[in-house]
Design a protein around this ligand. Structure first.
Ligand SMILES: CC(C)(COP(=O)(O)OP(=O)(O)OC[C@H]1O[C@@H](n2cnc3c(N)ncnc32)[C@H](O)[C@@H]1OP(=O)(O)O)[C@@H](O)C(=O)NCCC(=O)NCCS
Length: 160
């Protein structure tokens, strides 16, 4: 399996993707609270520093501005979280993080990537569709929300 230790140039000046470390967690929590209506706790992130996860940081001018969390289950990569700081959105960083996570999962010989996304999350849905993900189902009331929960689209990208 690819341990993903190398920093990879992603085509944005002074930027790169590297594995996330536990030292990044204070900054990750800052971004997480800005990015999600129901943010993960630090404990959830800590549980992701295990062998069956791939955790990625997008660094711009020495500052962590985005991250992606992927869990490997059997031959499936599950994209659990991807987030870019609001000030850095629309610059291609979310796409680079996603493409990197996909490339590593392919390299690790997995068969597909699966994810859930809120039905109302247009930006993320368009990103996933433009990278070839297709909707394969809906999980009713999967996400907490003000009026009893919000449905999730389940999307999949087959690697073969
Ligand atoms: C989803 C998210 C990660 C995208 O990151 P980003 O760096 O802004 O995305 P990019 O600049 O790489 O854009 C990639 C594509 O996403 C879509 N997109 C991004 N922002 C969009 C917006 N405001 N409206 C519509 N589409 C948008 C477009 O298809 C875009 O491609 P294009 O630039 O060729 O049109 C970011 O919006 C974010 O962090 N959101 C909060 C957390 C979240 O919802 N995460 C996903 C669910 S876990």
């Amino acid at each position: 399996m690819n341990d993903g230790q190398a920093t990879i140039s992603v085509g944005v000046a002074d930027s790169g993707i590297r594995p996330l470390t536990q030292d990044d967690l204070p900054r990750v929590m800052e971004l997480e609270r800005l990015g999600h209506s129901h943010p993960w706790t630090e404990g959830i992130f800590r549980d992701c520093f295990k062998g069956s996860y791939r955790v990625w940081a997008f660094v711009y001018e020495d500052e962590l501005v985005g991250y992606a969390i992927v869990s490997y289950q059997f031959d499936e990569a599950h994209l659990l979280n991807v987030c870019v700081h609001p000030n850095f959105r629309g610059m291609g960083m979310g796409r680079k993080l996603l493409q990197h996570a996909i490339a590593v999962a392919r390299d690790d010989d997995l068969a597909c990537m699966i994810l859930e996304v809120r039905k109302s999350n247009r930006a993320a849905t368009l990103l996933y569709r433009s990278e070839g993900f297709q909707q394969i189902g809906v999980r009713p009331k999967y996400y907490p929300g003000p009026s009893g929960g919000e449905d999730a689209r389940v999307m999949e990208l087959q690697f073969t």
